[in-house]
Design a protein around this ligand. Structure first.
Ligand code: TMP
Length: 218
């Protein structure tokens, strides 16, 4: 039986992790089998790559092309080690970012050509594509407030992406908007302002229509 791959996308501070947790809890309470993963990361190899991409001082000055390849090295491992086996077992995989992030950040944000980005993504994921993508949208001010609160809570953890200039994030947002306009059936935009429970309800209204049958005991 085939599971479902549901991916969450959005800029910094859009509330993805909270919404993934709330959705996972709801699905589990209905007896669905749920796998939560994040990108970059989600495997032992991927988590090392994540650290290089986000925090390690060796990543300062990283070339956009190296960034593209590292993101997709992590993704290639995640797809083969976790996502495909889980889907084959009929599970619902909730992925915190997937290849739309690469289009938004490495093509939109960094300016790499869409052709070069798509070619690398194709190699990393093959035919493993999301059944549904939720694009969480918040105003720039709200996102900035959330990122500031997060850095205040963990001041030692410098993040290479969060230090980018506003123009970079504006290009990322524009690329996400273009993706959502090009693929309205797969990518559903969810207003992510306000209290998390209200956002979770909006997420549920979109997700409930794509769920697989509930699996019996293993
Ligand atoms: P996050 O887990 O806090 O969302 O951090 C992941 C960061 O990596 C975020 O700034 C977006 C960035 N990113 C890319 O630039 N390209 C990608 O393909 C992925 C998955 C993430």
């Amino acid at each position: 039986m085939k599971g479902r791959l549901i991916t969450f996308e959005g800029g910094e501070g859009c509330g993805k992790s909270t919404q993934i947790r709330l959705l996972a809890d709801r699905l589990k309470s209905l007896c669905h089998k749920v796998r939560e993963v994040r990108e970059p990361g989600g495997t032992p190899l991927g988590e090392k790559i994540r650290d290089l991409l986000k925090h390690d001082p060796a990543g300062r000055g990283m070339a956009p092309e190296a960034e593209l390849l590292l993101m997709n090295a992590s993704r290639a491992q995640l797809v083969r080690e976790v996502v495909r086996p889980a889907l084959d077992a009929g599970e619902i995989v909730l992925c915190d970012r997937f290849f739309d992030s690469t289009v938004a950040y490495q093509s939109g944000g960094r300016g790499l050509s869409r052709e070069s980005v798509d070619a690398v993504i194709d190699q990393a994921v093959g035919s493993t594509r999301p059944d549904l993508t939720l694009l969480l949208s918040v105003s720039g001010d709200e996102a900035l407030r959330r990122v500031a609160a997060r850095s205040a809570a963990a001041p030692a953890l410098e993040d290479r992406f969060e230090q980018e200039k506003q123009a970079f994030f504006d290009r990322v947002e524009a690329a996400y908007a273009a993706l959502a306009a090009a693929e309205p059936d797969r990518i559903r935009v969810v207003a992510a302002e306000g209290d998390p429970a209200g956002v979770a309800e909006r997420v549920w209204q979109v997700v409930k229509d794509v769920l697989p049958p509930i699996l019996g005991p293993a």
